[in-house]
Design a binder for this molecule. Structure first.
Ligand code: CTP
Length: 438
């Protein structure tokens, strides 16, 4: 459910946003704002230590409600019980290791703890802490216990941490936390936009990352794909109930670490386009949805040098002879069976929207995909960034949707479009699927 779509569900609906004491508390303001913009009545419950990181006036101004941390304010109305009972959803962002431990133990020594215990609303936690704390067996056990009680956990993401180190521990992005909260709510209210398990019947195969074509034992031809968008699609599909296989060409290190940690996604690592083609053919055999988000090298070296290519042998100029790789997407589209949708991606250095559409239409006709996701890329756009902007066209080149936002929100939108496309009557494709190249 998108933020805009949520407003009709939100009227009169109370969301409690708990904030606990970590550096990421400043980002909680974005979470509060996201729910307010979506039309919810938002009540912020920071812990005392959260207020060392973010100011109470800011939280009151953004939430448009009074903010208190104390159990002893509003005693007459038994505030924690009142808030807990009124809440339709409780989100704690960030959740520190300490709060995870307290929640696992059912401690209620502050307003947040008592509110959560007094509530039967779904709870979403967005942990943020240093990698060592996140990976400590105590934290792992607390998270497992909370999950087993039905508590939802988003993140943490992998990335740069406050101490300058890098690893899993960063709080998920506010937009993603709001989207996950809305999905939980939709699941509870059974709203039409809900995607509780709406992909349960699907077997989804997603390719992601960039292939690497070796030139010699130490060098390769590669590309700048991070694999982030493909991982987001795999993750979203798994959370919506699908059985998911991620065929992973080279992924950025943080994306690879996240992929390894995602629940319900089987990762099949590949290197070259040829390896990717073989893996896709294998895992797509019984798939109901195939998404080719990987950036596949169109060419590979005609000969791979057995030993490192040496300048003494090649001189001032080196000419590489490359040969064409098979077009995996076109092959999968040509081989698809009824009930299987094949989705491609096209990253284009188009000058404008019109050129992007023209290039996309030619490509979808050439490849025979059911849907093609188009985005503009350049030296600075599209690669390795958390956000993306896409246009989706169908097999005859009609625009069926557009989306801007986090790669995760684009993933959910794309999956919505896939489901909508399934529901449509079959139309002829713009062109016959081409034979496999190579
Ligand atoms: N693709 C593929 N096999 C290839 C090349 C691309 O399966 N050998 C897939 C990509 O995974 C993507 C789609 O085709 O889903 C479009 O990729 P893109 O690189 O944009 O298309 P190309 O066919 O390489 O066209 P060009 O580079 O000429 O724009």
């Amino acid at each position: 459910m998108g933020v805009r779509d949520a407003s009709r569900e939100a009227a009169g609906c109370t969301v409690v946003v708990g904030i606990t004491g970590g550096i990421a508390a400043y980002k909680a303001v974005g979470v509060v704002r996201g729910f307010v913009l979506a039309g919810f009545d938002v009540h912020v419950v920071p812990t005392e230590s959260a207020l060392r990181f973010v100011g109470l006036p800011t939280l009151e101004a953004i939430s448009r409600n009074p903010v208190t941390t104390s159990l002893y304010d509003g005693v007459a109305e038994v505030r924690h019980v009142a808030l807990g009972q009124r809440a339709e959803l409780i989100v704690v962002a960030p959740t520190t290791a300490n709060t995870l431990a307290k929640l696992a133990a059912g401690l209620s020594d502050d307003l947040l703890g008592t509110t959560i215990l007094a509530s039967r609303a779904p709870v979403l936690l967005a942990p943020a802490m240093h990698t060592e704390m996140w990976q400590h067996p105590a934290t792992t056990a607390n998270v497992a216990l909370l999950r087993s009680r039905g508590v939802a956990v988003i993140g943490p993401a992998h990335g740069a941490l406050t101490g300058g180190d890098t690893g899993p521990g960063r709080m998920s992005e506010p937009d993603d936390i709001v989207a996950a909260g809305l999905a939980l709510l939709a699941r509870r209210t059974g709203g039409t936009d809900a995607h509780p398990d709406d992909l349960r019947a699907e077997r989804v195969v997603v390719s992601a990352g960039g292939t690497r074509e070796p030139l010699d034992p130490v060098r390769f031809l590669g590309n700048r794909s991070s694999g982030r968008q493909g991982l987001a699609i795999a993750q979203a599909a798994a959370e919506r109930g699908a059985e998911v296989v991620l065929v992973a060409a080279h992924l950025d290190a943080d994306v690879a670490a996240e992929a390894a940690a995602v629940d319900g996604v089987r990762v099949v690592p590949v290197g070259t386009a040829a390896e990717l083609a073989v893996a896709m053919e294998d895992v797509a055999a019984d798939a109901t949805l195939v998404v080719m988000a990987a950036a596949v090298a169109d060419y590979r070296a005609a000969e791979i040098a057995e030993r490192k290519i040496k300048k003494d042998d090649t001189g001032d100029e080196l000419t590489l002879r490359l040969v064409r790789n098979p077009d995996v997407l076109a092959g999968l589209a040509a081989a698809r069976v009824p009930g299987r949708l094949v989705v491609g991606f096209a990253a284009e250095t188009a000058a404008d929207h019109e050129e992007l559409l023209a290039l996309g239409r030619a490509k979808v006709a050439r490849k025979g995909a059911d849907l093609l996701v188009l985005n503009r890329v350049g030296w600075t756009d599209g690669f390795g960034t958390p956000d993306n902007e896409v246009v989706v066209i169908d097999g005859v080149g009609d625009v069926v949707g557009e989306a801007t936002g986090s790669k995760r929100s684009i993933a959910d939108r794309l999956l919505d479009l896939v489901l909508a496309h399934r529901a449509e009557p079959v139309r002829p494709q713009a062109g016959e699927p081409p034979p496999e190249r190579g």
